[in-house]
Design a protein around this ligand. Sequence first.
Ligand code: RB5
Length: 151
Amino acid sequence: MKIAVGTDHAGVRLKEDIIAVIQEMGHEVVDVGCSCADSVDYPDYALPVCEQVASGEADRGILICGTGIGMSIAANKVPGIRCALVHDVFSAKATREHNDSNVLAMGERVIGPGLAQEIAKIWLDTPFSSGERHTQRVGKIKAIEDRYLQR
Ligand code: RB5
């Protein structure tokens, strides 16, 4: 898979650890930045990652900021994006199986690199369950989006 990755200044170190894991798994990485310690605005990095995922240019996206919260809020404004803010392995698996999340957000100031790498691995490896209940619920998320896009 092709995985788009982005961070603000608060997630630069963790981004490198996550890129390493993605590459070890044999996936391709598209790094949209940032790569400096200077303060930047997380929506500026959430947007290019989410646009790539929404357009199908990338298969999935991973976003990192201090808490993961700003990135996940920004990401979920992009139609077609289902971004999950995850800091535990149970949720990493569940959000793929139940929500078919296509973007993962994490906070470098919240979890350590070992746990973050494990979360990324499980999230990348877990397929959507395709169960009827879950498919119907994901469809209802899309219906909400469509309703507001029509206004
Ligand atoms: C940056 O200081 C911090 O606000 C940002 O990385 C993120 O945690 C926002 O949600």
